[in-house]
Design a protein around this ligand. Sequence first.
Ligand code: GDP
Ligand code: IMO
Ligand code: MG
Length: 425
Amino acid sequence: MPTTVLIGAQWGDEGKGKVTDHLSESADVVVRYQGGNNAGHTIVVGSERFALTLIPSGVLYPQVTPVIGNGCVIDPAVLVAEMAELESRGIDPTRLRISANAHLIMPYHRKLDAVMERFLGQQQIGTTKRGIGPAYMDKFSRHGIRVQDLFDPKIFRQKLEVNLKDKNKILTKVYNSLPMEVEPIAEEYLGYADNLIDHVTDTSLLLWQAQRDGKKIIFEGAQGTLLDIDHGTYPFVTSSNPTAGGATTGSGIGPKAIDGVIGVAKAYITRVGTGPFPTELHDETGERMVELGGEFGTVTGRRRRCGWLDLVALKYAVRVNGLTELAMTKLDILSHFDTLKVAVAYDSLGDRFDEFPRQQRVLYNCHPVYEELPGWNKDISEVRDYADLPKQAQQYIEFVEEAIEIPITMIGVGPARDATVLRAT
Ligand code: GDP
Ligand code: IMO
Ligand code: MG
């Protein structure tokens, strides 16, 4: 498939980085289209581990042009540090292309993220405090400062002054916080211009040309479907559109350019931060998933909440993204459980739900209806052929596949680059 969108089909951390890296071996361009350094995408190559936050996971392959699209929000300090880190590890970051229209995360966005969360108290979202929400707020209120503004110091200062007039009132009068000054911010940000200028371009045009030249393009989603601002468990979501539609607006390509949409889901499910989670386990089984799966956030180090695979949510992800296939990661973690449960419906407030509920109240009161499947109790981390998976593991895959009505084409059996079972369809 020449142009593929890859998205998280759960609440993020599904293993998108590993799957993107796998597909990038034969790719020409890999594009991030939304989010910022709230994302943490892990790739394991031999004894090396890369944790990327902004730069697309395809960067590890030298023939790939990594692109940060207009739909992303960029903290330039983080971006410059990530480029330097890659360079120090022998990966050439000069290929990176950045949209001139992407918005900047400013220091006041990070500060506002922190104080807004504090203000919410019990109702807090549990954000990554990277300034993501406030940066997108400014984008949509049309007060945002974009990457291209870094190259026009006069305009940059003007926009910063206008912003700080407003933000300082909010910081001091609403949140009882200290104001911020124009000059130190201007100096810091304009200082990034030299590092970035050679990378900044019209990325929509770049993608248009790449498509015309028959190049293979992968769009790498960050976060996941259930964290989508429109389709997720609002308000416990991020402030962008990780779902497949975001790939078009977040990069400047048309919907007809997309040939396929790959969802990535763990063989169970996790969530970082607050918000409803129907299959969450508060018992020893959940604890074991955390330990066995190493379920601690790549970005904030927070413990991820864990639960059994939720097919109601996964079917929803198939629908809202128009998934054409699924990559299922971390099947190896389920090797340690005698019996596996899979949620096939919810009971809530006296009704049964086969489809993902649209009302938050219903979602909060959900009790999953489980089907039980036998475990396999056998190490599968060395398996590379589907036929060599234990019968019960095949049964698990096929049970899910039948419910979601799309093929599971990739199965993760370990964090390493090659720990993948590919399945012909
Ligand atoms: P992303 O945000 O979707 O890219 O996922 P993260 O990198 O935040 O979290 C996924 C974690 O699972 C990382 O530590 C990966 O190295 C790891 N991982 C990915 N696929 C597999 C797999 O199939 N098996 C195991 N055991 N770990 C995996
Ligand atoms: P990747 O790309 C998991 C969660 C946060 C919080 C909510 C809003 O690695 O899958 P934000 O800082 O975006 O305003 O926080 O979204 N969140 C993620 N959870 N993986 C991520 O990214 C996430 N990015 C944000 O924990 O609940
Ligand atoms: Mg992650």
